[in-house]
Design a protein around this ligand. Structure first.
Ligand code: GAL
Length: 686
């Protein structure tokens, strides 16, 4: 026996481990390089999102001649069923991004198993596990794979690597470290290969802009979508919905979008995808009433189809091997299946005037989704499909609205890389207020948007603070599906809630301009401090170019706010708040700590109940802060069609001396002129 083993060992061959080969990078766009390791998967993040670069936007970014990292130090290999990429890292680099994270800012020094799931505390299972990071040195890296991916962010030391620190003796050396520093990021997927993209800066923000523009430019929602959204309880009927909207109007709370939850369908979990005759006997009549009242309607659905649904039979040959709540799962990777789905949504949705969808449960809470080995008829295994299923739904529903000529804005519970152009914000069933605020900041770094919705609260104070946070996120929504909470539910707290909601409407022109910057320039609407100026804060952020938001949390009377370089003013009072310093503030309950940069001109409108039905002669109120004014920016277009893609839009400069009928205005304050008689100079007609 011993002899036999000895003989076997002698006959085995070993390969000594070779260093991975240097990556070969191709220059594929302004400041963008691509490298391929092994063979690329047919389904990847960019193909799932059908992403095409917005070339006009990319051309305007700073010219870059040289790659921002030492390309010679990048490498890749396919070994043991893993495709691996290695990207060099310098000792002082910080890393930001790696998905829609709910904690922390600098991602260096950990391992991330980026997987689509309903978020649960940690950093791996995310509503948007985008394999994208940005370095404080001003570049971004994107791994274009639809597979679950593991990222070793400055973790792991290769044998003999010149960048390794000296190996210390733990017995004797107090400087011994459990986690020796590593000079690279390694990313691995179980796949025959993967593509890697490098986005140059020079700043981290420029790198993010390049990524968003490369993915098609950020989403430009219709103007109405920036108003207030309210979702009614699970089984609300048409009559109850109409009563509820009338109540908003009577009490003077703004409202633009009404969200219907599972009860609009005749059955749910799995769904019928048809209107409930009991609760909505006359969908067209209902929609007509909503439209007359300038309200939009958003429909909830999860994409799992009941056998009794009219969608079931035509889709039959395109279903996956496994079900979700016994509902059949259509393979949207197959064009015929996607077309059937779109045609049905047209018939029961867009033809009636539905303005958008809330695509639920595409992330899964593990047991609630198909297993990793589930088979999809297009040949995609369950684990890959899971990473992009929400992206495929966004793609098809965006296409549906595009075909109808009207823009949409909706909600989705799972997204991923390449999806910047999709007008959907992510939401969650989690409800930790601090995590929600961190989500607002990290969404932009994952190329997605986030809806920090308010649902319920333990007391009036919490309700106000929750609603204020919702107002400061991409979609401002009260999701009352379960609790039935109304903005006015907490007696004695109605006014601060109304004030916050009205603020949302007031800043509409400013917010719409920020969305236009997202679309045309790739600059996210909400910007984490890490990409604004390298700050680590996750409880404050920039909303557009000029406003710094620092939400308050229940039980807190004071908080500190770090004001970046320069002078900053209190949004409400216009008083100087500080100069590049950290301040301590004690805001009253009705106050959201908001600060404006010196010299800003912020376009606003007077508060009103509908953002979407603005009258053409709505006056524009320009809020001016400080003493030395810069030019303010205003974007406008028709607010709902795709004509902006044919050049029908305008960028205007707001100058401090062109307001008030030409009178030179050189004082901090609010100034009025009319939307119609803008005498500002057009910057360009891009
Ligand atoms: C959940 C979703 C909630 C609500 C609910 C309705 O999955 O996150 O917002 O829509 O379903 O059943």
């Amino acid at each position: 026996m011993i002899l036999l083993l000895g003989m076997m060992a002698a006959s085995m061959t070993y390969t000594s481990i070779k260093s991975p080969t240097q990556l070969h990078w191709n220059h594929v766009g302004p400041g963008i390089w691509r490298a391929l390791i092994g063979k690329k998967d047919a389904l990847n993040l960019l193909s799932a999102a059908d992403a095409h670069p917005l070339k006009e936007g990319l051309k305007k970014l700073p010219k870059i001649e040289f790659a921002p990292i030492n390309l010679e130090q990048s490498s890749g290999e396919v070994f043991g069923g893993h495709a691996v990429a290695r990207i060099p890292l310098l000792p002082d680099e910080k890393l930001y991004g790696l998905g829609l994270q709910m904690h922390g800012s600098n991602r260096r020094g950990r391992v991330y198993h980026l997987r689509m799931d309903h978020y649960s505390a940690g950093q791996d299972r995310l509503h948007a596990p985008t394999p994208l990071y940005f370095s404080s040195r001003g570049y971004g890296i994107f791994f274009n794979t639809a597979r679950p991916i593991t990222i070793y962010a400055g973790v792991g030391n290769r044998l003999g690597d010149a960048g390794n620190p000296p190996a210390r003796d733990r017995n004797t050396d107090p400087a011994w470290e459990a986690q020796p520093s590593s000079d690279s990021v390694e990313a691995s997927v179980q796949a025959p290969g993967m593509e890697v993209y490098l986005f140059a800066g020079p700043t981290p923000m420029d790198a993010l802009r390049r990524y968003n523009l490369f993915s098609g430019g950020g989403a430009l929602p219709p103007r109405w979508a920036l108003g207030f959204w309210h979702r009614v309880p699970l089984e609300a009927s048409a009559e109850e919905v109409l009563k509820e909207t009338a109540e908003f109007d009577k009490r003077g709370f703004p409202l633009d979008v009404l969200g219907l939850e599972p009860g609009w369908q005749s059955r749910s979990y799995p769904g019928s995808f048809v209107w409930s005759e009991k609760r909505f006997p006359d969908p067209a009549g209902f929609m007509q009433k909503m439209s007359t009242n300038h309200l939009k309607v958003n429909l909830w659905e999860n994409p799992y189809i009941a056998e009794s649904s009219p969608l079931y039979a035509p889709l039959k040959s395109y279903f996956a091997s496994h079900t979700v709540w016994l509902g059949a799962v259509p393979d949207l990777n197959i064009p015929q299946a996607a077309e059937i789905v779109r045609a049905h949504h047209k018939k029961v949705g867009t033809d009636l005037g539905i303005s958008g969808y809330k695509i639920d449960e595409v992330d899964g809470v593990d047991v609630w989704l198909w297993p990793d080995h589930a088979a999809f008829p297009s040949g995609i295994p369950g684990d890959q499909m899971r990473q992009v299923y929400g992206v495929l739904w966004q793609r098809e529903l965006e296409r549906l609205f595009r075909d109808s000529g009207k823009r949409t804005f909706g909600l989705v519970r799972g997204s991923n890389g390449g999806a910047s152009r999709f007008p959907f914000a992510i939401y969650s069933d989690t409800y930790d207020h601090r995590e929600y605020v961190t989500g607002i900041t990290s969404a932009g770094l994952a190329g997605v948007m986030w809806c920090a919705e308010a649902r319920s609260a333990a007391n009036g104070e919490e309700w106000v603070r929750r609603m204020q946070t919702s107002v400061l996120s991409h979609i401002c929504q009260l999701n009352a599906w379960s609790d039935g909470t109304k903005p006015w539910s907490f007696a004695g707290y109605e006014e601060p809630v109304k004030k916050a909601m009205m603020f949302r409407i007031e800043i509409l022109p400013y917010l719409y301009t920020a969305f236009a910057q997202y679309h045309y320039q790739g600059t996210p609407v909400i910007r984490a401090m890490s990409i604004v100026d390298g700050g680590e804060e996750i409880d404050q952020y920039m909303l557009g170019d000029e406003i710094l938001a620092a939400p308050m949390f229940t039980g807190e009377k004071t908080r500190s706010v770090r004001l970046p370089k320069g002078r900053w003013y209190d949004y409400d009072t216009g008083k100087l708040a500080g100069n590049g310093e950290t301040i301590k503030v004690t805001p009253a309950l009705d106050k959201m700590p908001l600060y404006v940069r010196e010299g800003a001109l912020i376009p606003t409108i007077p508060a009103q109940l509908r953002a979407g039905s603005l009258l053409k002669n709505t006056p524009l109120l320009i809020r001016m802060y400080g003493n030395t004014f810069r030019n303010g920016l205003l974007y406008d277009d028709d607010g709902e069609s795709f004509d902006y893609e044919k050049g029908k839009f305008g960028w205007f400069t707001l100058t401090s001396d062109s307001l008030d009928g030409g009178k030179i205005v050189r004082e901090s304050g609010v100034w009025e002129c009319s939307y119609r008689t803008l005498n500002w100079n057009k910057i360009s007609k891009e």
